[in-house]
Write a protein that binds this ligand. Structure first.
Ligand code: COA
Length: 530
């Protein structure tokens, strides 16, 4: 086994460990408690919901670790919510499921961020949504951080209403208590399914009702499945257990017209080199140069890359590779960092031109990011790197085709913008254990901050000793490198999924398929002008 492969396989074990924590909150006790309530863990329900033998592409599994909320809550495993894309009756669908094992599935700020991100993907790609609702609503000790603002609790229902008006079905399967604000997930749905003596929904639960009106009533009589399907009309389907309820959701969606992608799809061909070869190609040091062309060979059908401007400005222009590939038959335009990835103005010009060209040809774009920034220094500044870098950022901002970003190395400074970072609204942002997303590397940040601190201390007449300088630098390197780590970024939802290298091709194929469900040229893609 090569040294590189060995290293990355070990790094991915860290990811596995984190995913295990995320998917088994509360261990066996929590499972036993669910079983006593007649409930399956939410991922088992999702597996029943999606078509047999198909994969559920789970998003943001490592959200919520190290969030350090008030009250001593360090982690909210998986953000307390499972989200992901799976096929129901052959149609790609966004699926949400509260994990009631995590503080009764209540909404922390990270839970909301995850919910809203999944809704944004669904709206951008035109996916129907299924909500498996089992939530105590807002996490009350943090109500000020989750309730009143735009982007808080109300936005979930705003999104449901808007997507429903666009014809995107919003189906809720309630498997537990959905109280107060949480009740709207049931009542706002196009159709909702409730389960006898398991699902409840009310604007105020029995304790609040007693306080407000003096009425003493059980949860079942106040807002159980029977009440809402037989009396209030607030829900539409009455089922007697979870399995029946899942089948009902599949039935409700069974007459949806089959979705198709808006692209010609060629016959799929595997790469000529094994996709696993990528492990050998990834240098251990994140700032060591990569062989972009060899990496593309592990991803592209037939390992076939039609390179654009291959010979332009060698040593500078080829720090970004541009061209076309097919991924599982889907034609894709590539903008890929190469070598050490520093973006020279020649590379910026080439990339900007290519992005515009793909956009005009209605070819979706794949950005493979491993760039520590645009080239600095007087020569570069005087030759206009600021202007040419901006042209690239402008092209990325206005490109009206689906964009997917995959981060496999440094992701710093304005290179984050030019290579379609989060603010540039990629349909999916995928990361790997080699990704390092931060304003600059720890070493650079430490250097900048040290020079500021040194100056301050000199002004105060108390210059830093060598030992103080070293301690200061090390602390800054630790902080900045720690914050750039893919597990840290994934915990804060700065990526949609941290992938293993072996998963890249499958995920990219799914991502392009899903993001091409809406026709290119739809107003959602912009005004077609640069
Ligand atoms: N805010 C903060 N914490 C909450 C919460 C909320 N809205 N709802 C539940 N929790 C916490 C509980 O305190 C408990 O914490 P603990 O494990 O540290 O003791 C944990 O979540 C599990 O709750 P529990 O009541 O034991 O679970 P359950 O399965 O028996 O009942 C509910 C689930 C949702 C029916 C019930 O917790 C409930 O009615 N919660 C209040 C809902 C509400 O009024 N929400 C209004 C907000 S919009």
């Amino acid at each position: 086994m090569s040294e590189n492969r060995n290293f990355w396989i070990n790094e991915e074990k860290k990811l596995d460990a984190r995913v295990h924590q995320a998917t088994w909150p509360g261990g066996q006790n929590a499972l036993d408690r669910l079983a006593k309530q007649g409930k399956k863990p939410v991922r088992d329900l999702i597996q029943l919901l999606v078509d047999p033998e198909t994969e559920f592409y789970e998003l943001s599994r490592i959200a919520g670790f190290g969030v350090n909320y008030p009250g001593g809550i360090e982690d909210v495993p998986c953000g307390g919510l499972v989200t992901g894309i799976g096929k129901i009756n052959g149609n790609w669908t966004m699926i949400f499921g509260n994990d009631s094992r995590v503080k009764a599935g209540t909404y922390f700020p990270i839970t909301l961020k995850k919910h809203l991100r999944a809704q944004a993907i669904a709206e951008q790609c035109g996916l129907n949504c299924v909500y498996i609702a089992d939530s105590g609503g807002a996490f009350l000790p943090m109500q000020a951080d989750v309730f009143p603002d735009d982007g808080h609790f109300g936005s979930m229902f705003f999104n449901m209403a808007r997507m429903s008006s666009q014809g995107l079905k919003q189906i809720t399967l309630s498997t537990g208590g959905n109280t107060a604000g949480g009740a709207y997930i049931v009542f706002m749905a196009c159709q909702s399914v409730m389960i006898d003596k398991m699902s409840y929904s009310f604007l105020g639960g029995p304790p609040l009702v007693k306080m407000a009106t003096g009425e003493v009533i059980s949860a079942e009589d106040l807002g159980g499945a029977r009440v809402h399907t037989h009396t209030s009309g607030g829900a539409d389907h009455f089922c007697s257990n979870q399995e029946e309820a899942v089948s009902r959701v599949r039935e409700i969606l069974s007459l949806e017209p089959p979705s198709k992608i808006h692209s010609h799809r060629y016959a799929e061909k595997p790469p000529l080199v094994s996709p696993e070869t990528i492990y050998d190609l990834m240098p251990i040091g994140t700032h060591q140069g990569i062989d972009g062309r060899a990496i593309i060979e592990t991803i592209a059908d037939d390992s076939y890359f039609i390179e654009y401007k291959k010979h332009y400005a060698p040593g500078q222009g080829d720090n970004i590779l541009t061209g076309k590939i097919r991924i599982k038959g889907i034609p894709v335009g590539v903008v890929m960092s190469n070598s050490v990835g520093i973006i020279f103005l020649e590379a910026a010009r080439k990339a900007a031109e290519w992005i515009v060209r793909c956009s005009q040809e209605k070819i979706p774009l794949l950005f493979i990011q491993s760039a520590p920034g645009y080239m600095v220094g007087s020569e570069s500044e005087h030759n206009g790197i600021g202007k040419y870098g901006s042209d690239m950022v402008r092209a990325v901002s206005c490109a009206q085709v689906p964009k997917i970003q995959l981060v496999i190395g440094p992701d710093n400074g304005a290179a984050n913008y030019g290579m379609c970072g989060r603010a540039y609204k990629p349909h999916l942002l995928l990361s790997t254990m080699r990704a390092r997303t931060g304003v600059m590397s720890g070493r650079s940040a430490a250097g900048v901050l040290l020079s500021i601190e040194e100056k301050n201390r000199e002004v105060k007449g108390n210059p830093m000793t060598d030992e103080e300088k070293q301690t200061f630098s090390q602390a800054m390197i630790k902080k900045y490198d720690g914050e750039a780590d893919p597990l840290y970024c994934g915990a804060r939802l700065l990526s949609d999924r941290v992938l293993k290298f072996s998963e890249i091709r499958d995920w990219l194929a799914m991502a392009f398929e899903v993001s091409l469900l809406k026709p290119i040229g739809d107003p959602a893609f912009g005004n077609m002008r640069f």
